[in-house]
Design a protein around this ligand. Sequence first.
Ligand SMILES: Nc1ncnc2c1ncn2[C@@H]1O[C@H](COP(=O)(O)OP(=O)(O)OP(=O)(O)O)[C@@H](O)[C@H]1O
Ligand SMILES: [Mg+2]
Length: 494
Amino acid sequence: MSLPVEDTRPVADLGLRWKPGFSTLGPAFFTELRPTPLPDPYWVGHSDAVARELGLPSGWRESEGTLAALTGSLPVAGTRPIATVYSGHQFGVWAGQLGDGRAILLGETEGGLEVQLKGAGRTPYSRGGDGRAVLRSSIREFLCSEAMHGLGIPTTRALCVTGSDARVRREELESAAVVTRVAPSFVRFGHFEHFAANQREDELRALADYVIDRYYPECRTTARFNGNAYAAFLEAVSERTAALLAQWQAVGFCHGVMNTDNMSILGLTIDYGPFQFLDGFDPRHICNHSDTQGRYAFNQQPNVAYWNLFCLAQALLPLIGDQEIAVAALESYKTVFPNAFEDRMRAKLGLSAPAEDDRALIEGVLKLMAAEKVDHTIFWRRLSKHMADGNIEPVRDLFLDRAGFDAWMLTFSERHAQSQRAEAAELMLRSNPKFVLRNHLGQQAIEASQQKDHAGVATLLKLLETPFEEHPGADDYAGFPPDWASTIEISCSS
Ligand SMILES: Nc1ncnc2c1ncn2[C@@H]1O[C@H](COP(=O)(O)OP(=O)(O)OP(=O)(O)O)[C@@H](O)[C@H]1O
Ligand SMILES: [Mg+2]
């Protein structure tokens, strides 16, 4: 009889405790694998807030093996990494099987957070891709994840970006990086579509049960839809998605690739690719240069989300069992979205209670802004300041159509006749951010990082984590975009 051989391969202990999570679903849902090491890695940026949320010990970045573990060179003690399989509709067309082609899930912490390495090498779902992510897009994803969180918008989070001088080919050669992402779950609509399309009802049901039990337990006991838990689940996802879209539209966030494989089942913003915060307010803005038809234009996003929910409904149909019930479960999107959007816009206008003419007031100002592509973030912040200090000129100066602006302003002031100005100003200043991750700000930090100066990433992170605060001395980050900003081309290349 031989004694069991002790596994003496080195591992990194991140100081986290792990529990069984997605992998309990079984091998039909993923492939076990190890990340592919990125050579000679270095730190590019990190979030102490996410580290605290995960429960990482202080000094976590200094502890031995952490950098190597987060760039795939060392296994993480207690984890069994996997890549999951999903499918999806891309640009309105069924794309068949996709899956984590470059994201590898390390596992789930005892605190219920999944940790994933994006850009960690090829997987069985990479198709033609190299399994890597470039530094440029990794910095954008890292900063925007944390910016969205700072704005109070549901999102996957990012612990850090780790880079390497290893080169990967996109339009040109670029350096590679990994984003360590964190979320309660990375399950997408596409995971459900995958098993539905392959007529694997047992797996479809197992996945739905897993997600409901963990994230939507209230669906088990609901009286809605005669106690049909799957219909209640669909309705809950629709409502979370509607609330998310209301937040995107109110802040001027354009996602850029709202394919069904980029739609989170938890209503989180996921996959920061060609996203953009609007500079000038152009409702038809298309941020993704690969989106030649404008399918994902800013003002299309709420409809696209509904279209995507319809795909999810079709996938869940075998479980729901009745087409009419499935359609009914989607119905609330049509009221939750506009109501949530109006709530957000009211807050931006400093109005704490609804009134009959609110919609006209909101549409009126958006129309004025659109006519001249007035800077979205600057307009709202200046309007908030005006509520605080009474000075209207900085807002008025943003418009050429002074008469149009004055007419709207009159209605706005009348609506506020009974308001406590200080209270209204306070509401506006915490609803209208001073700082958003504009393309040119990200671009400057990226270019410095590509030259090994990562200070810009840290500076931006600090501002974006608390975007409603003034941050004296940082006004340059809150100004109009420079002329060259409009020449930045953001595509699906990442
Ligand atoms: N460089 C790459 N290597 C391998 N697969 C890739 C690569 N880039 C994208 N993919 C895969 O192509 C599909 C669509 O890509 P998409 O850009 O939506 O996602 P992503 O940015 O890779 O990741 P995520 O949605 O996890 O944020 C996904 O299956 C993705 O894993
Ligand atoms: Mg994606």
